[in-house]
Design a protein around this ligand. Structure first.
Ligand SMILES: [Ca+2]
Length: 253
């Protein structure tokens, strides 16, 4: 059974949206083994949850790449599992996140179909020292005339993954009016500083800088307008050097 819920705390475009949860018949090790060896065959329900051709026992091909990582994402002592596979039949990389409550549940699945960087598609990282370990997913969510690299951060709590931050890090629109927007996520000890540059043709670059802080109540990063002057040069719209440093999340230089 799938559940989805949505709740928004602030009108900043940031919503703590929790992903659908699917109960699994087997555990992540066995799922990885079935994908790798086709033996034992994967239970039909689990294959349906993964939604891959390669997990069907009568489909001849296997996934072409697979990694299983065990990581501690929440307060309960049991480790969570992140399974990443390359599925050539679907021309995609997939990442699945599993959490054990009384039984194993899939708490998130992410596809990376376009301009996918398999090594940076999914990673686990803290963004500020006062925020929890988050799952960061970077992929292109654009359409035919648009490149839209998007970084999303998810927080596991209460057996659910909810979105803690979403930033479009690079947006190239090739149809007129052509424009390129790039964003970088910087951080201080306890604040995120998001630097945006917007470039139009003919060349004109505008900077923007916004500050966010971790909200334990909202389980998400929320806009902190009162802190802007401390981290952002209000005249130029760029971050003040030395006040924040790169998190590795953002557009390529
Ligand atoms: Ca845990």
């Amino acid at each position: 059974m799938k559940h989805a819920s949505l709740w928004c705390f602030v009108v900043t475009g940031l919503c703590a949206q929790s992903l659908p949860v699917v109960s699994m018949q087997t555990d992540p090790d066995r799922i990885a083994q079935s994908l790798r060896d086709k033996k034992p065959a994967m239970p039909t329900e689990d294959c349906a949850a993964l939604d891959l051709w390669e997990c069907h026992s009568d489909y001849p091909d296997r996934v072409s790449d697979l990694s299983l990582r065990w990581v501690q994402l929440d307060d309960d002592p049991e480790l969570e599992a992140i399974l990443i596979v390359e599925a050539k039949a679907e021309s995609t990389y997939m990442a699945y996140v599993f959490d054990k409550q009384s039984t194993w549940r899939m708490v998130g699945s992410f596809s990376c179909e376009r301009s996918c960087e398999p090594n940076s598609f999914v990673r686990v990282q803290k963004l500020t020292s006062d925020s929890p370990l988050l799952i960061l997913v970077q992929r292109d969510l654009g359409g035919s005339a648009q490149f839209l690299m998007t970084a999303s951060a998810y927080h596991l709590h209460g057996g659910r993954l909810s979105q803690a931050l979403e930033v479009s890090t690079e947006e190239d629109v090739s149809l007129p009016p052509e424009r390129i927007t790039r964003r970088w996520v910087l951080a201080s000890q306890d604040r995120l500083v998001i630097h945006t540059t917007r470039q139009t043709v003919p060349a004109r670059i505008r900077n923007n800088c916004e500050v966010y802080r971790w909200s334990p109540v909202g389980s998400a990063f929320e806009l902190a307008p009162a802190d802007r002057a401390q981290y952002c040069d209000l005249k130029t719209g760029a971050p003040i050097p030395g006040k924040s440093s790169p998190t590795g999340l953002g557009a390529y230089p």
